[in-house]
Design a protein around this ligand. Structure first.
Ligand code: ADP
Ligand code: 5GP
Length: 213
C-alpha cells in the first residue's frame, strides 16, 4: 500500500488557454500521473485515437453508463455529452497515483461536491488577454474559422467560473506557468488528507517520545 493517496488534479480553462499543453508537460514531468480518458458522444477528430484521447460512445451507451453510476461526473458541452469514467479514477487514487482531468467547470464542480472532493486539486488557467486567446486558437490550426468563432463565443462562459477553483494561473510565459503548476502539485501532495500514514507515524513518534522519559 502506498504511503499517500492520489490527488484528483483538475485543469479547466477556456479553449485555447493552454490546458492540453500544460497537461502534457505535467505528465512528462511525472509519468506516474494518470490522465483520465473521458467518454464523449462527439465524433473523433482526425488523428484522435479511441481509448487514448477519448472513449467515443454512442448517446445510448453514454446515457446507460450515467444511469448505472459509472461516471464520476458528466456534462453537456458544445452540443455533446462528456463524462469521466469512475472506476479507473478510484483504482488509481487507491494506488496512490494522481489522476489528471481536462474537464469543464461543470465537471469540476461535480467532482468537488462528490465523495472524492477532499482529494481534489482544481486549477483554472486564464489567458493573458482575449486577443492572445484568439491568436492561440488560430495558430493551433486545429479548427475552422467557424469553430474558432464558436469557441471564442463560449470562452466567457468558462472564464466566468474562474472563482470556484483552488488555484488560478495566468498562462503568459509557458515555462513559468509549468513551473508554478509543478509547485502547486508538489505542495498539494503534502496535504494532510493525502497522507494516510501520518496518524501511525505520529503514534510511533509518541511511543518513542514516551520511552525516553
Ligand atoms: P487548450 O487545451 O486549453 O484548448 P492548447 O494547450 O491546445 O489549449 O493551447 C492552444 C495553443 O496555444 C497551442 O498551439 C499551444 O501550443 C499554444 N500555447 C499554449 N500555452 C502557450 C503560452 N503560454 N504561450 C504561447 N502559446 C501557448
Ligand atoms: P473537446 O471536444 O474540444 O475535446 O472538449 C470540449 C470541452 O469539453 C473542453 O472544455 C473539455 O475540457 C471538456 N471536457 C472534455 N472531457 C470532459 C469530461 O469528461 N467532463 C466534462 N465535464 N468536460 C469535459
Amino acid at each position: 500500500m502506498s504511503n499517500r493517496r492520489g490527488l484528483l488534479i483538475i485543469l479547466s480553462s477556456p479553449s485555447g488557454a493552454g490546458k492540453s499543453t500544460l497537461s502534457r508537460r505535467l505528465m512528462h514531468w511525472d509519468p506516474k500521473v494518470q490522465f483520465s480518458v473521458s467518454a464523449t458522444t462527439r465524433k473523433p477528430r482526425a488523428g484522435e485515437v479511441d481509448g487514448k484521447d477519448y472513449h467515443f460512445l454512442s448517446e445510448t451507451r453514454f446515457k446507460r453508463d450515467v444511469a448505472h453510476g459509472d461516471m464520476l461526473e458528466h456534462a453537456h458541452v458544445f452540443g455533446n455529452f462528456y463524462g469521466s469514467p469512475r472506476a479507473p479514477v478510484q483504482e488509481a487514487i487507491d494506488r496512490g497515483q494522481d489522476v489528471l482531468f481536462d474537464i469543464d467547470w461543470q465537471g469540476a464542480q461535480q467532482i468537488r461536491n462528490s465523495a472524492l472532493g477532499a482529494h481534489t486539486l482544481s486549477i483554472f488557467i486564464l489567458p493573458p488577454s482575449i486577443a492572445e486567446l484568439h491568436r492561440r486558437l488560430e495558430t493551433r490550426g486545429q479548427d475552422s474559422a467557424e469553430v474558432v468563432a464558436k469557441r471564442m463565443q463560449k470562452s466567457w462562459d468558462e472564464i466566468s467560473h474562474w472563482d470556484g477553483y483552488d488555484f488560478v494561473l495566468i498562462n503568459d510565459d509557458l515555462d513559468a506557468t509549468e513551473e508554478k503548476l509543478r509547485s502547486i502539485v508538489t505542495a498539494s501532495r503534502l496535504r494532510r488528507s493525502q497522507q494516510p500514514g501520518l496518524t501511525e507515524h505520529v503514534r510511533n513518534l509518541q511511543t518513542e517520545f514516551e520511552a525516553r522519559k
